[in-house]
Design a protein around this ligand. Structure first.
Ligand code: PLP
Length: 440
C-alpha cells in the first residue's frame, strides 16, 4: 500500500486510528481527482465517503485551488480580532445565502468541533444576555457525535469518546435517547415511520430539570458518525415544538448534512425544521482548507451583540477564524455548488442511490440498510464477541478492491461526493456486494 520506503512512520501520532496496526500495514493516499483517490501503490480508489463526508464537489477542483493560491499570494493572513479582511465578509454573506431564512449571522471556526463548542457557548451567552443566566444545562443525545472538544464530547453520546475523560466532562448535561431501533425500523427507506414519540423524552427532561435551567438541545438532524441514524418521521418537528414551547434553543449539528448531503442546502431545509443555530464545517470549503462556521438566528445574535453598551460582546474566537485562505476556499466552493447545481445532482440521484443500497438486502451478513440523500448505512451482523471486526475486514477489503468506505461498529457507511453519477453508484454498491460475499 505504501510505495515509498523512505518514510519514517514513527513520529506521527494518528487521530482516531489504530496506530500500531496502521503502521504495520499502511494505507496511503497520494493524490485525488474527481471521484477517485490514488493509493500509495498507484491504484485508483473510488471515494465512497467524500473523504470524511466533506469533499462534496469532488476532488481537485481547480477553481478552489486557484482561489487559495491567489489569496496566499495577496494576503496570507490577517488577524480577526479588532481587524478584518474583505474576504471574511464576502464569505459570511455567501454562507448566509445557503442557510435557512433568518439564520444569517455567521461566526467562523476551523472545524466541526470548534463549531459545536462555539454554538454551545453562544447558547449560554444568549440566555445570560437576556437575564436568564441560570439556563446553563445542555442536552445532547445518545449516539450523537459532536466532535472532540470538551463541549462536544459532553453533549455527544459515544461511550468510547467519553469514558477516558468522564471526570472532566461538562457538569450540567443530559441526553435524549437515540432513535435507532432495528426491531421497529429495519430496512426502512428514507425516514423510518416509528419513533416520533422519542422526542417527547425531552418533556421528561424538562420536567426533571425545569425549563428555566435548560439552555439548548443539540442534535445531528441525521446522525452520521455513529452509523447513519435517520430521524423518524415527525421527530425533528416535535423537538422543535417542545424547545420553542420552553424557550430552549435548538442547535442542529449540520457538520455532515450542510451543503448538499441530502440534496438541499441544509438538512433543516430538507426536513422543513428551522433550528436557532446551525453548526457546519467540512463541505463549506470542500475540505480544501480547514474551515467551519456557526449560523445564528438574528435574534440570538442581536441579543448578545446589543446586550452590552460597548466593548467586546462575546469573549470567544480563534486566531484562524475567517482565515483568508479558508474564506477564499469557501467563496470558491459555494460558487461551484451554485454554478454546477451540485445539490440538484445529489437530489436527482437519491432514489437511484436508495435502490442500489437496498438491493444489498440479500447480501451476506446484512442486518439493516438505512439511507437518506446520498448517505447509506449498511449494518452487518456482528461476529460473536467481536463487535466491529467484520466491518473492519470489509473496510480493508473494499480498499484493496478500489473502494473507500467508512465503518462504525459493524455499520458500513457510504457518502460519496455529490458529483457521483448513476453508473458510479452501481459500481460502488457492486464492489460492496463482492466484498460482503468474500468475508466470513
Ligand atoms: N459534528 C458532526 C456531526 C460531525 O460529523 C463531525 C465530524 O465528523 C464533527 C462535529 C467534528 O468535526 P471536526 O472533525 O471537523 O472537528
Amino acid at each position: 500500500m505504501n510505495a515509498r520506503t523512505d518514510l519514517d512512520l514513527s513520529h506521527l501520532w494518528m487521530p482516531f486510528t489504530a496506530n500500531k496496526q496502521f503502521k504495520a500495514q499502511p494505507r496511503m493516499l497520494t493524490a485525488a481527482k474527481g471521484m477517485y483517490y490514488t493509493s500509495g501503490d498507484g491504484r485508483q480508489v473510488m471515494d465512497g465517503t467524500a473523504g470524511l463526508w466533506c469533499v462534496n464537489a469532488g476532488h481537485g477542483r481547480p477553481e478552489i485551488a486557484e482561489a487559495i493560491a491567489a489569496q496566499a499570494q495577496s494576503l496570507d493572513y490577517a488577524p480577526g480580532f479588532q481587524l478584518a479582511h474583505p474576504g471574511a465578509f464576502e464569505a459570511a454573506t455567501a454562507v448566509a445565502a445557503f442557510m435557512p431564512e433568518g439564520l444569517d449571522r455567521i461566526f467562523f471556526t476551523n472545524s466541526g468541533s470548534e463549531s459545536v463548542d462555539t454554538a454551545l457557548k453562544i447558547a449560554l451567552a444568549y440566555h445570560r444576555a437576556r437575564g436568564d443566566g441560570q439556563r446553563t444545562r445542555l442536552i445532547g443525545r445518545e449516539r450523537g457525535y459532536h466532535g472532540v472538544g470538551f463541549g462536544g464530547i459532553s453533549v455527544g453520546g459515544i461511550v468510547a469518546n467519553r469514558k477516558t475523560f468522564s471526570g472532566a466532562l461538562l457538569p450540567a448535561v443530559d441526553h435524549l435517547p437515540h432513535t435507532h431501533n432495528l426491531e421497529q425500523n429495519a430496512f426502512s427507506r428514507g425516514q423510518p415511520a416509528w419513533g416520533e414519540h422519542l422526542a417527547d423524552e425531552l418533556e421528561r427532561l424538562v420536567t426533571l430539570h425545569d425549563a428555566s435551567t435548560i439552555a439548548a438541545v443539540i442534535v445531528e438532524p441525521m446522525a452520521g458518525s455513529t452509523g447513519v441514524l435517520i430521524p423518524p418521521k415527525g421527530y425533528l418537528q416535535r423537538l422543535r415544538e417542545i424547545t420553542a414551547k420552553h424557550g430552549i434553543l435548538l442547535i442542529f449539528d449540520e457538520v455532515i448534512t450542510a451543503f448538499g448531503r441530502l440534496g438541499r442546502n441544509t438538512a433543516s431545509e430538507y426536513f422543513g425544521v428551522t433550528p436557532d443555530l446551525i453548526t457546519m464545517a467540512k463541505g463549506i470549503s470542500n475540505a480544501a482548507v480547514p474551515a467551519g462556521a456557526v449560523a445564528v438566528k438574528r435574534e440570538v445574535h442581536d441579543a448578545i451583540v446589543n446586550g452590552v453598551a460597548g466593548g467586546i460582546e462575546f469573549f470567544h474566537g480563534y486566531t484562524y477564524s475567517a482565515h483568508p485562505l479558508a474564506t477564499a476556499a469557501i467563496v470558491a466552493t459555494l460558487n461551484i455548488y451554485q454554478r454546477d447545481q451540485v445539490f440538484a445532482n445529489a437530489d436527482a440521484l437519491a432514489k437511484t442511490f436508495e435502490d442500489a443500497a437496498h438491493a444489498l438486502k440479500d447480501a451476506p451478513h446484512v442486518a439493516d440498510i438505512r439511507n437518506l440523500g446520498l448517505v447509506a448505512g449498511i449494518e452487518l451482523r456482528s461476529r460473536e464477541g467481536a463487535i466491529g471486526a467484520r466491518a473492519a475486514e470489509v473496510f480493508q477489503k473494499c480498499f484493496d478492491h478500489g473502494l473507500m468506505v467508512r465503518y462504525t461498529g459493524d455499520t458500513i457507511a457510504v457518502s460519496p461526493p455529490l458529483i457521483i453519477n448513476a453508473e458510479e453508484i452501481g459500481e460502488l454498491f457492486a464492489r460492496i456486494r463482492k466484498v460482503l460475499t468474500s468475508v466470513a
